[in-house]
Design a protein around this ligand. Structure first.
Ligand code: HEM
Length: 485
């Protein structure tokens, strides 16, 4: 009898809590105590944000979900997204099992997953030091061109006239660029250990947030296996010991204060006598670069090959423009503005591929209000970049691949669009934007100078609808035929 009474009390408490949490929460699919919006999430598929785009007719401004124990709001309206992105109140990040315990050192570390003073400090320091070591300077452009030349020559010599599977082809090359700045190291594009690490990293990206949404999954071996707990553990442990080793090597090798060799040297120098600099945060920042800088640019370059194969007329036009303006010489960022059709094509590929469809979460740091709705502390908000790229009222024909939309009438200049925000915007805008833009520009030009990309006669046509989505959106492996130029 007593247990029935306790059960009844528990049910009442759960229902009252649910009602209080639901009160004035942004509208969305039905949500129930305990399971939240699970039934709808099931129905709409695993990538909530891409699927939320389908709900725009019903919820044009924002849609609210209860994902397990988390309150999640996806912002579909551009002006509201701007409000969220530029506000300090929404500049937090999720502090959870993965970020705190597995990836962190019982606290969140680095830039991507920190908030408040630590985030501001780590971000400011990383941005200014990276600027010193490269973003936007000549040394950087030649490092990018060097890496692009290695992979392009490799493809040219090994795959001329043959079918080639595009599958994370450029990920290690783009990581090498960051490594050069951060630690002076580089890896061979075929390095088996790095390839394995990249494969696991991609898997982790696909199952991000899952153990935070359903913490219960952490408690049985079977459910842990289902969401890739051990792979996440392996990845973070491998990263941590890799970076610990590199930092140890830096501590042992002497350098002068005036001539630091790389990012790690500058950090270790700044750390002397300043408690805001910690070895854990240095490891966190290195992980941020690896996680945010490889998969995103690597996937975009895979999309470049995919769209080039599907649109031979665009490919031909880009190549003609490149040969007319640059010939066969290596590009630099000073060439920006001289090849507007190629630049417009890269922008259109970024729009159509929507590689970071929702950016990262923005956590409310206090109870607040948004467009008349109550947003409680710790609610996670995502702005739906994918929906801004597909807005028919804004783009006219968003479903068409049409680089010309990014060009002025006579095709001599690229156009800026407020809603073209592949790197996000606001307080937590991508830290690697300049680097990523330089990589996409230089790699794309060097690919087109050296290779013709064609649909394979022996395999299915690459399909932009075949992709894997998590934090990033990357095409499933596809075949093209490569022809050396
Ligand atoms: C095409 C390539 C890339 C795309 C599409 C991209 C996109 C994004 C987006 C949408 C965000 C989230 C913005 C937000 O939360 O409001 C972000 C954050 C971030 N990105 Fe990138 N990114 C790219 C490349 C890079 C590279 C090369 C780096 C390496 C330095 C990088 C480092 C970061 C970091 C550290 C953050 C977190 C910033 C913070 O929390 O303050 N990204 N990126």
């Amino acid at each position: 009898m007593l247990w029935l009474f306790v059960l009844a009390i528990a049910v009442v408490v759960i229902c009252v809590r649910h009602l209080l949490e639901s009160w004035n929460f942004p509208p969305g699919p039905p949500r129930f105590p305990v399971i939240g919006s699970l039934l709808s999430i099931e129905k709409y598929g695993s990538h909530l944000i891409l699927q939320a785009t389908k709900l725009i007719p019903q919820y044009p401004k924002m849609v609210g979900f209860f994902a397990g124990r988390m309150r999640v709001v996806i912002i579909n309206d551009f002006d509201l997204a701007k409000k969220v992105a530029f506000s300090d109140t929404f500049s937090g990040r999720l502090i959870g099992m993965y970020t705190e315990t597995m990836r962190g050192y019982n606290r969140n570390i680095g830039v991507i997953s920190t908030q408040g003073q630590i985030w501001r400090h780590n971000r400011r320091f990383s941005l200014s030091t990276l600027k010193e070591f490269g973003f936007g300077n000549k040394g950087m452009w030649s490092i990018i061109a060097e890496e692009a030349a290695i992979i392009v020559t490799d493809l040219k010599t090994k795959w001329d006239g043959q079918d080639f599977v595009v599958n994370q082809t450029f990920n290690i090359s783009v990581l090498n660029i960051l490594w050069k700045i951060v630690s002076g190291k580089r890896y061979h594009p075929d390095d088996p250990e790095m390839k394995e690490l990249m494969r696991v990293l991609a898997l982790v990206f696909k199952s991000a947030y899952i153990e935070e949404v359903f913490p219960i999954l952490q408690y049985t071996k079977f459910t842990q296996e289902w969401y890739g707990h051990s792979q996440k553990q392996l990845l973070t442990q491998t990263f941590k010991s890799m970076f610990e080793q590199v930092i140890r090597e830096h501590e042992q090798k002497l350098h002068t204060k005036e001539s630091p060799r790389d990012f790690i040297d500058v950090y270790l120098e700044a750390k002397k006598g300043n408690d805001l600099f910690t070895k854990e945060d240095l490891i966190g920042i290195c992980m941020d670069f690896f996680e945010a800088g490889g998969e995103t640019v690597g996937s975009t370059l895979s999309w470049v090959l995919l769209y080039m194969a599907l649109h031979p007329e665009v490919q031909k036009k880009c190549r003609q423009e490149i040969f007319n303006c640059l010939g066969v010489r290596e590009p630099t960022m000073n060439d920006r503005g001289t090849v507007p059709y190629t630049e417009a094509t890269i922008m259109e590929i970024q729009r159509c591929s929507s590689v970071a469809p929702s950016g990262l979460e923005h956590k409310a740091l206090e109870d607040t209000e948004l467009d008349g709705y109550t947003i409680k502390k710790d609610t996670l908000l995502f702005y739906n970049i994918n929906s801004f790229f597909l807005d028919r009222d804004y783009w006219g024909d968003p479903e068409n691949f049409r680089p010309e939309r990014f060009l002025n009438d006579d095709g001599s200049k690229t156009l800026k669009y407020e809603r073209f925000i592949p790197f996000g915007f606001g307080k937590r805008v991508c830290m690697g934007e300049s680097l990523a833009k330089a990589e996409l520009f230089i790699f794309t030009i060097m690919i087109l100078q050296n290779l013709r990309i064609k649909i394979s006669a022996n395999h299915a046509k690459p399909d932009p609808g075949q992709y894997e989505a998590g934090i990033t959106r990357s095409p499933l492996p596809f075949h093209v035929t490569l022809e050396a130029i």
